[in-house]
Design a protein around this ligand. Sequence first.
Ligand code: LLP
Length: 440
Amino acid sequence: MAAEPQDNTPEPSIAELIAARSHLRMHAMDGLVMEDVPLARIAASAGTPTWAYSAGALRARYNTLAGALRDAGLDAHCHYAVKANDHLAILSLLGKEGAGADVVSEGELLRARAAGIPASRIVYSGVGKSERELRLALSEDIGQINVESAEELRMLSAIATSMGRTARIAPRVNPDVDAGTHEKISTGRARDKFGIPYSEAVALYAEAAGLPGIEPVGLATHIGSQIMDLAPYRAAFAKIADLVRLLRGLGHKVRVVDCGGGLGIPYRNQPGPGPAALAGTIKAAFHNMDVQIALEPGRWLVGPAGVLLASVVLGKQAPGARFVVLDAAMNDLVRPAMYDAWHGIVPVSATDAVAPVSPADVVGPICESGDTFARERLLPDLAPGALVAILDAGAYGSVMSSPYNARPRAAEVLVDGAVWTVIRPRQTHAALWADEVVPG
Ligand code: LLP
């Protein structure tokens, strides 16, 4: 399997990883501190593994992104991609900052509503929305449904008509652009399952304009995730801008362009585009077109704001390898196992953080070799009970966890200044089988 393309950039040191994350700092006595709360204090009280998120970082990141769009002079709305981290506390915090939501299932739609995000600020994406899900979207009268096939468009028209509703839709166009990211999270190539083929977009828009219960409001695209280069965005937006001109030339109204999500984050402190550069690219593609811009950012908003706190169970020496075995595992954070993803791992103790380092494989206790967080990572000797923080775990972390190996779901904590709150207690073992039925 191809590793994430940034894998050949140099590996940052523990000090460099901490220095690049403004909500984290190393305190000589308290160790690694998130905002004003020592992570060791959270671990002592909530146990490990535990996810800890910085509310300050979440707010700052949302405002940086929204500010970059504003500074570029764009009329833009952010719909947070709920899939990245769907905890109600996160949704509600981002909603209060002004974010709408990009949802892909009935569950995500209900979560966004439960967190207080207005229906008018919700966009529904996804390649396989069921009839029941489309009904819910219509009965909630959400802002926009991104349609991914002619089949879905016709089904939606029939449902909307039967309900006496009008669906505001945007065809999600597959621009046939390679986002240059990991194979499993590329979505904008012609062979990917997503979106309407570029060559069919004009005909589909025209069909939509004529269908009862359907109001086409614009176009959408989303080419992939963890994108660290602007070139694929530029290529995709140019193709979408061409479509806008073509459709308007044919007399269609195109009010909105939804540019999707995908903005990558520097897991390895590597250089990459930030919100200002993305805003500039959007501006360059759509300036003077009088379109309202929508974005669906997930990872960029929440990824760097979270860590997974874990304890060392033991160190193990094998011929040719040193293993650090943690109490966190691939069932908690699956990204390294699933995408060969690189996450920074830093000791929580200030003494550990400056001790001499040597290569170690950082692994979990699950019975699979894939249960490996890092290979040959430069880390100090870590005694049983020592704490580490796995960085940039706020996105696609807790949401992708599973109870594999009968491991309960880890606790989650939100840090806000000097205050921290358990926003999800650790699942109990009994809860693992509470809804199981043994026949007879
Ligand atoms: N919009 C649509 C239609 C999407 O499918 C996605 C992500 C997003 C927005 C948000 O993308 P973001 O800004 O977060 O890159 N589990 C993988 C990532 C899967 C992304 C799926 N779609 C990972 O851990 O890398």
